[in-house]
Design a binder for this molecule. Sequence first.
Ligand code: IMP
Ligand code: MG
Length: 184
Amino acid sequence: MKTKEDFIEKVLYSEEEISKRVKEIAAKVSADYKDIKKPLLVVGILNGAVMFYTDLVRRLSVPVHFDFLIASSYDANSHSSGKVNILKNIDNNPKDRDILLVEDIVDSGTTMDYLITYFKTKGAASVKICTLLNKPSRRKVEVDIDYCGFEVPDEFIVGYGLDFAQHYRNLPYLGVLKRSVYSK
Ligand code: IMP
Ligand code: MG
């Protein structure tokens, strides 16, 4: 059996640190949307944002509707292709809705830039970004991030929903993947 030490370089944020930060973000989101008329349409970007999404929505005090989207801009070997496809769209009509996009990590910015424009074109009342992680050193497209959990260095991060080739999503913490795992 492989142990954590075989693939994790270091733990960046523990379960407790993540939980504390998620509560802080949820309080801020709840305050900002306290006067909304229709439920906030909280759109989770699958699969990476699942853990963050479920922890976040539990802490929101405003009415919400759940929705999910699958976008691809990333291939299995950790290089962004730069082109975004919507593989599974949301079920609700975005027109006149306040949308909160919940993402695991903003890296090049390509995915969020595309989705913001997409939902605005479809007539959303507002579109905001809530990301667990931000890796600004890798940005190719400028995006305004409304809520961010943690800023991370230019390392490959896994755990708490984030994967490397679909592995490690279920780790309860956020960790840096050892380079030896992906530079083989
Ligand atoms: P962007 O369009 O380049 O901003 O890519 C965002 C997507 O790339 C995220 O939703 C992740 O799925 C993936 N990604 C970027 N960096 C990492 C990382 O360090 N670990 C895991 N996934 C990542
Ligand atoms: Mg993703």
